[in-house]
Design a protein around this ligand. Structure first.
Ligand code: KG4
Ligand code: ZN
Length: 341
């Protein structure tokens, strides 16, 4: 089944063509970084407008690169939420209209389900069940994943997401937006042991996270040590990154142990972080566990992962109705199944 995926939940306009939920025929991602960069974060209204400008050209490029005609698309999968409502609406309306005009089935899927399904676009996907750390600009969740469309939430952040903390600390360090990649590049030149920050919830027997404390500790350090930004920037970045990585890696490895899973995964934008990949890989190896991480391009937001998730819904006969709407964070059904499997 050839599926068109559409993703516009935040600041990337993306379209992809994926065969059978496994094979990427094309994946186009138009980033809006240059639009939001001057503001130090995503401006929702500007994001919606840019999606409107980008959606048709990005869709056309995806079809062109895949070498398929619109008539060959058999189903459509689109991000329904969570995300910025105005941004989501652009992709959602486009996908709905395309599917209805072509009279093909369509499905609105969770962005989080999409990130989890990015694993199945790689050559060695994990067998079910496995534990996954979904770590992005909006979420820091640990799941016990039992199927393509079924996962139990074991823990989540109580305040900032890990990527959000990277972005906010980058802003404090004057590094601009988005911050994850620049912080990790700066950290490469620093010593993680000279400036140490708090590690909230570490060693506690639970899977929830908190990152606002680490962020506040960096802010306090900068106030207490004026001029340190100029003299010790790389050490501060390295110390911050190390604190975040230590908490994330401890929790996901602990989850694998507790759930008795031999396979664990990292997904989402922050899973592109080199230090996180290295620490979790080393520890997984030591414990004889198998780690799965998508390539960096599939860690960040893309539409191929949405098409992959949608494939499993559509092939099980699930479809969205014309009345279906987008949702922001609050009404996330995929996240709410904390108690069920
Ligand atoms: O999954 P994603 O593209 O979008 C959301 O669903 O949020 O994740 C974006 C987040 C941003 O906060 C960005 O700073 C972070 O992922 N990020 C990184 C790295 N690359 C992107 N964080 C740490 N290290 C990186 N190398
Ligand atoms: Zn995402």
């Amino acid at each position: 089944m050839i599926i068109l995926g559409i993703e516009t939940s935040c600041d990337e306009t993306a379209a992809a063509v994926v065969a059978d939920g496994r094979q990427i025929l094309s994946s186009i991602v138009a980033s809006q970084i240059e639009v939001h960069h001057p503001y130090g974060g995503v401006v929702p209204e500007l994001a919606s407008r840019k999606h409107m400008e980008n959606i048709v050209p990005v869709f056309r490029r995806a079809l062109g690169k895949a070498g398929v005609d619109a008539r060959q698309i058999e189903g459509v999968a689109v991000t329904r939420g969570p995300g910025l409502v105005g941004a989501l609406l652009v992709g959602f309306s486009f996908a709905k209209a395309f599917a209805m005009s072509r009279r093909i089935p369509w499905i609105g899927v969770s962005h989080l389900e999409g990130h989890l399904n990015s694993l199945f676009l790689e050559s060695e996907p994990p067998p079910f069940p496995f534990v996954a750390l979904l770590v992005s600009g909006g979420h820091t969740n640990i799941y016990h994943v039992t199927d393509h469309t079924a996962a139990r939430l074991l823990g989540q952040t109580r305040d900032d997401a890990a990527g959000e903390a990277f972005d906010k600390v980058a802003k404090m360090l004057g590094l601009g937006y988005p911050g994850g990649r620049v912080i990790s590049q700066l950290a490469d030149r620093g010593d993680p042991d000279t400036v140490s920050f708090t590690r909230p919830y570490l060693n506690k027997d639970e899977f929830d996270f908190s990152f606002s404390g680490i962020k506040a500790a960096v802010s306090r350090y900068l106030h207490k040590h004026p001029g340190s930004l100029q003299t010790r920037g790389p050490d501060i970045a390295a110390g911050f990154q190390e604190a975040v990585v230590e908490v994330l890696s401890y929790k996901i490895l602990h989850a694998a142990e507790q759930m008795n899973c031999g396979h664990l995964a990292l997904v989402g934008g922050v899973a592109a972080n080199r230090r996180l990949r290295e620490v979790v890989a080393g520890e997984a190896d030591r414990r004889g566990l198998q780690l799965h991480i998508p390539s960096a391009a599939l860690c960040g937001d893309n539409a191929a992962m949405i098409a992959a998730a949608g494939y499993h819904h559509l092939s099980a006969g699930r479809q969205s109705s014309p009345e279906e709407d987008v949702y922001s964070r609050q009404a996330e059904p995929f996240m709410n199944n904390r108690e069920s499997t």
